[in-house]
Design a protein around this ligand. Structure first.
Ligand code: AHR
Length: 344
């Protein structure tokens, strides 16, 4: 039923595009007001493109908590524009209730597809059921939900966060494999209850558990923000005089922590080994300066894959239930080499 309705949208849109092409006009892209573009010399806008129904996509973003999120938002907005979709975008300011409200608004507006990056993993079943009842397909991007009923969403596009935590843990385990004394690790977790915080913690713990000298002596949330990362690191430094390693679940928290470490008269990357996740430009800059020793990449440029998935869903194509983003890792030396070409 969903597919039939959406395919109808496509057919109507395609017919109008053909009609427009036949008239010598061009289809407008990226404008939700459908203002038609004109060929050189044309004085009046052709009527057909203005009437063409664009695919509408409601996107409920987590917030603007980090450099990663800013790059992700830009990727979604730019790609939607390029695809010619009518994007309805909302920023939930890291609050689940705001995301739920936004999704309900998109349901009322009868958008063609809803996409969102769930701030936390739990508590989505009711609203996802409402979308399903309204026959609006939902695509998860970046973060997962823990719903048992996987029919509530079409696909989940994003990173493997457990794998990211494992990459970080493996690097630490390798670096300290010959340690004869305890290595004291502090951990700055992402937003409590979020998939990246849960999974990066679990993946890291899995990799270091084989070496009894690797001890996580403190672990607290820094909510993925620079300010919180700094604040929590200050508290860690006050409570523990012998921190060897900081594992931050994202670059922004690591960058905040670096400020706290420097203010305490210590050298980040030397007195305290720092590992983080994301590889955004500011994080890579700190890595190239030797202040972060190792960064696990988390790619925020999910927009093109999302728009492809929207098109596929509307066209009634079968799409993978899980689309995993490919990512790398960077030492300080690697960061120096690639920094100039970093897109985000
Ligand atoms: O969900 C992805 C995470 O969210 C990024 O690692 C972090 O920087 C962001 O806020």
């Amino acid at each position: 039923m969903i597919i039939t309705k959406k395919m109808g949208v496509l057919v109507v849109a395609s017919c109008l595009m053909l009609l427009t092409a036949a008239c010598g006009g061009s289809t407008p892209t990226g404008s939700s007001t459908a203002a038609p573009t004109t060929n050189a010399g044309a004085t009046t806008a052709p009527a057909a493109p203005a009437a063409a129904k664009k695919i509408s996509l409601g996107f409920a973003q987590v917030g603007a908590e980090s450099g990663w999120r800013t790059a992700n938002t830009k990727s979604v907005q730019d790609s939607a524009k390029e695809a010619g979709f009518d994007l309805k975008f909302s920023d939930a300011q890291q609050k689940q209730e705001n995301q739920i409200k936004a999704i309900r608004t998109y349901i009322q507006q009868k958008v063609d597809v809803i996409a969102f990056s769930p701030v936390v993993e739990s508590g989505w079943d009711t609203v996802l059921k409402e979308a399903k009842d309204a026959k609006i397909p939902v695509i998860l991007t970046d973060r997962a939900v823990d719903s048992k009923d996987t029919s509530l969403y079409v696909t989940f596009i994003g990173s493997d966060f457990v794998e990211e935590g494992k990459k970080a843990g493996k690097w630490v385990a390798d670096k300290y494999k010959d340690a004869k004394e305890d290595v004291n690790i502090v951990e700055l977790q992402g937003t409590t209850g979020s998939a990246p915080a849960n999974d990066r913690k679990a993946g890291f713990a899995e990799e270091i558990k084989g070496n009894a000298h690797l001890k996580v002596i403190a672990s607290q949330t820094g909510d993925f923000t620079r300010a919180k990362g700094k604040e929590v690191m200050q508290a860690f430094l006050k409570a523990h005089k012998d921190i060897d390693v900081l594992y931050a679940h994202n670059d922004d928290m690591a960058l905040g922590a670096i400020q706290a470490i420097e203010a305490a008269g210590l050298k980040p990357g030397q007195d305290i080994t720092i590992i983080s996740v994301d590889a955004v430009k500011d994080g890579m800059t700190a890595a190239s300066e030797g202040k972060i020793n190792f960064i696990v990449e988390c790619n925020p440029l999910l927009g093109p894959q999302l728009m492809q998935a929207v098109n596929d869903v509307i066209a009634g194509k079968q799409i993978e239930k899980r689309i995993v983003t490919k990512e790398g890792v960077f030492t300080s030396e690697d960061a120096k080499k690639v920094l100039a070409d970093r897109q985000y």
